[in-house]
Design a protein around this ligand. Sequence first.
Ligand code: PMP
Length: 353
Amino acid sequence: MMFSKRLKNLTPYVPGEQPRDRQYLKLNTNESPYPPSPRIKDFLENFDIQHLRLYPDPQFLKLRDKIAVCYGIKSDQVFIGNGSDEVLALSFFSFFDSSNGKLIFPEFTYSFYPVYCDFFGIDYRTIPLTRAFQIDIHGFIKRGDACGVIFSNPNAPTGVCVPFEEIIALLDKFPTDRVVVVDEAYIDFGGKSAVSLIDRYPNLLVSRTFSKSMCLAGLRLGYAMGDANLVRALFAAKDSFNSYPVDMLAQRIGEIAISDQPYYRVIQDKIITNREYLSRVLVEAGWEVLPSKANFVFVRKDGISGQEIYLKLKEKGILVRYFNISGIRDFIRITIGTKDQIDTLIREIKKWF
Ligand code: PMP
């Protein structure tokens, strides 16, 4: 069969497993253990299917308005996508061009970034984390010849946050015509967002998702906030590929979810409480736990590999994630579940390790 050379050269991203062979306690893909806003249920129960005859709004106007109100920004500073993965992909396409230098990102970070680089033919350079597994912002600053920079904050899979002042330092020093993308997929679990900086730095794009803190991973909805110029560029890219990537139901559900902040704040606080509880118990049991501001923790125990822990827990019906990558092989990443789920995990961990 004739496949394109482009396709042959790809190494696809591998998401966390979603096995169907048995019922697992899923602590492996950073989904929420709690249900989304109950207002969504009311909406779906009363939804008139006649609406589905028509195409959805390709400009996402109502949803962008609602997001803008939520953050005190303007609607033309908001872009929407089919999950933040799509928002990120369109950002790579729109802003990063190796004829202007290499893209830079941390050595250990969201493993989709190098995949998008391959997809769009972008050369990149990774910047090692510090010994404390922090993102080395000064390492970025030294690379003023880069075509752009992207990092997740909190970082994945470490959960470690970049202090707000360091993001400002980066934006102050990085060339103003190069885009800085901050992927805030996990920011609602205790980190300080960079969104308040978008008016001050026209080269800053902040990416967000409804998948984690809004309990809607199955909906596929993400967004980005930045200068209207950046948003226009993202629309140009989207409208050259798929005019309707976000269906009508997803747009409406997104509007309802983003307007129910009180509900979500309670959920986010629960996750934070459960995370601190799990971290404390693991530390007391002799584990190393990186300080997390996300809905997961990145942990290791001397003398056992991540894979061994993963396999034993899987046998016991609990899924966590490990990364077969030199430098982080001895860690596992555990998604924060409900208190009961965490107690189940702790029981097994104490029994086996
Ligand atoms: N950014 C990071 C750092 C992530 O971990 C994920 C989830 N895999 C995403 C973005 C994408 O999330 P989604 O496409 O569900 O919005």
